[in-house]
Design a protein around this ligand. Structure first.
Ligand code: UN1
Length: 500
């Protein structure tokens, strides 16, 4: 389908995407997709004000009814999965299967949020005073600012938005400058859901387009109690303290440097398949991408040749073409970052397999690379650094404690896994002395997490949790309530305080 038809089928207003100075290009071939006009700072303030007004109305709508809006939005996503998935591929460059998978994650979180809308449970608490009752209740919080990254241009927003909407909060979304079109498409689909719903306050879902200063306006606004930001650790180091300075709340989902331990008893065939998906999928541009492989001495010489052989066969090219497994990197800077990292690894004694530029059989105008495997003598600085490209550093180990120590000895703490058939090793990896990450898997790669679990990580990954489990609590205000239904006024802690 032609781009214009695709966008109009998704309901994007042509006037929003033509005639402006911000040129959006496809990483597939550099083709111009749209010409947008950025929002002015005053327009951001106006969007925040609209969201604040929307909050006053939306918080009074019963939560299960709010869930109905999310259900309708999920229906729009189901009906437009193919189109939106294609737009994700065009604008971001991931292969179509992954574009579709991303939209499926949105549908899944909508389903989750609909159920959640009837389960925003609090607690009852035993009061120490007679004739008193205590409860913990979750109240809507206020407008939520969502800053999202280019690599998951729509799913990560939806994890935040679906929960925020059922929790009673409006959302102001600042998408990556690289991927505004998919954001506008989501806004158009949301509008359709809102029309079907009938009574959605204006300002419940705002999109603001523009550079960093536009995001800063959001980050600094005291009217936005929660900022949920996904991106680099560098970005998080700026956003976190700014939000903290106004005593706001932030939910940060930053860099990962995800590892896999391959133990002697591992199913190596399974491990190779898992490495392939998690290390080269999305061209190594997931925050959950596999970047470090820690392999037991006894299986190293079997695993490595299989991997090198599999890497040599990876179809690289146009992500819209069926069969392609690796599409383009996002831009030249990403390719430079990859080349610099490989040079640094070599200087540290690494042996590089693959990793060069690919120009044959790929669309002209895009940045295509062959994923790299780098055998490293040690976990040097470059290995401890997250390079957002398909580089897999491989290291050897001889005992599990050593492997776990190596695994945890990086600044990031997002996702992790072990391949083993030994229950003792698996349980050790999942125990308090095992992986220090927010996500720990056994016989599954580190990427492609399901929405049902809380998603996020420790250390430089930022500590935030989004998506499933009880991540919704971040989008609500916890209130401890005490009711006295007696005719007396006993004080807590047994304090006597009365006039004689
Ligand atoms: C991200 O890269 O920011 O677990 C999110 C995964 C996906 C989400 C990745 N469900 O790989």
């Amino acid at each position: 389908m032609e781009l214009q038809d695709l966008l109009s089928a998704l309901g994007v207003d042509q006037r929003q995407i033509t005639g402006g100075p911000r040129i959006v290009r496809s990483p597939i071939d550099g083709a111009e997709l749209a010409a947008l006009t950025d929002h002015e700072p005053e327009e951001v303030d106006a969007a925040i004000d609209r969201a604040e007004t929307a909050f006053k109305a939306w918080r009074t709508v019963p939560a299960p009814r709010r869930g109905e809006l999310v259900r309708l939005f999920g229906e729009e996503l189901r009906a437009h999965k193919g189109l939106l998935g294609q737009l994700v591929t065009l604008e971001m460059g991931k292969i179509l299967q992954e574009g579709l998978g991303e939209v499926q994650e949105m549908i899944d979180i909508c389903d989750f949020a609909v159920g959640l809308s009837r389960q925003l449970y609090g607690l009852t608490i035993a009061s120490e005073r007679p004739g008193h009752r205590m409860a913990e209740t979750w109240q809507p919080l206020g407008p939520v600012g969502v800053i999202s990254a280019f690599n998951f241009p729509v799913a990560v927003w939806s994890w935040n938005a679906a929960l925020a909407f059922v929790c009673g909060d409006p959302v102001i979304w600042k998408p990556s400058e690289k991927t505004p079109l998919t954001a506008l498409a989501c806004q158009a689909l949301f509008r359709r859901a809102a029309e079907a719903f009938g009574e959605v306050p204006e300002g419940l879902m705002e999109v603001i387009i523009g550079p960093r200063e536009i995001g800063e306006r959001l980050v600094d606004s005291p009217k936005v109690p929660l900022i949920s930001a996904t991106g680099s650790t560098r970005m998080g180091r700026e956003v976190g303290p700014r939000v903290a300075a106004r005593l706001g709340r932030s939910l940060l989902e930053l860099g990962g440097n995800n590892g896999m331990i391959v133990a002697p008893s591992a199913d190596l065939e399974l491990a190779v398949r898992a490495v392939l998906f998690s290390a080269v999928g999305t061209c190594g541009q997931r925050c959950t991408s596999l970047r470090r492989l820690i392999v037991h001495d006894s299986v190293y010489d079997r695993l490595l040749p299989s991997l090198i052989g599999a890497y040599a066969k990876i179809p690289i090219g146009d992500p819209l073409v069926a069969g392609t497994l690796v599409g383009p990197l996002t831009d030249e800077a990403a390719a430079d970052g990859m080349a610099n990292a490989l040079a640094a690894a070599k200087a540290d004694g690494g042996t590089v397999h693959g990793g060069g530029r690919v120009t044959d059989g790929v669309p002209e105008g895009g940045v295509y690379v062959r994923p790299a495997i780098v055998e490293m003598p040690a976990q040097t600085d470059i290995v401890r650094h997250e390079t957002f490209a398909p580089i897999l550093y491989v290291m050897k180990y001889s005992d599990l404690d050593e492997a776990i120590a190596l695994h945890n000895d990086v600044p990031q703490g997002l996702s992790s896994c072990i391949f083993t058939g030994d229950v003792r090793e698996a349980e050790t990896f999942l125990s308090p002395v095992g992986s220090d990450c927010g996500i720990a898997n056994v016989n599954i790669g580190p990427s492609g997490a399901e929405i049902g679990g809380a998603f996020g990580g420790e250390k430089e990954t930022g500590g935030g949790r989004e998506s499933g489990s009880d991540a919704w609590k971040a989008y609500m205000r916890r209130q401890t309530q005490t009711v006295n239904y007696s005719t007396d006024l006993p004080l807590a802690q047994g304090i006597e305080f009365a006039l004689d």
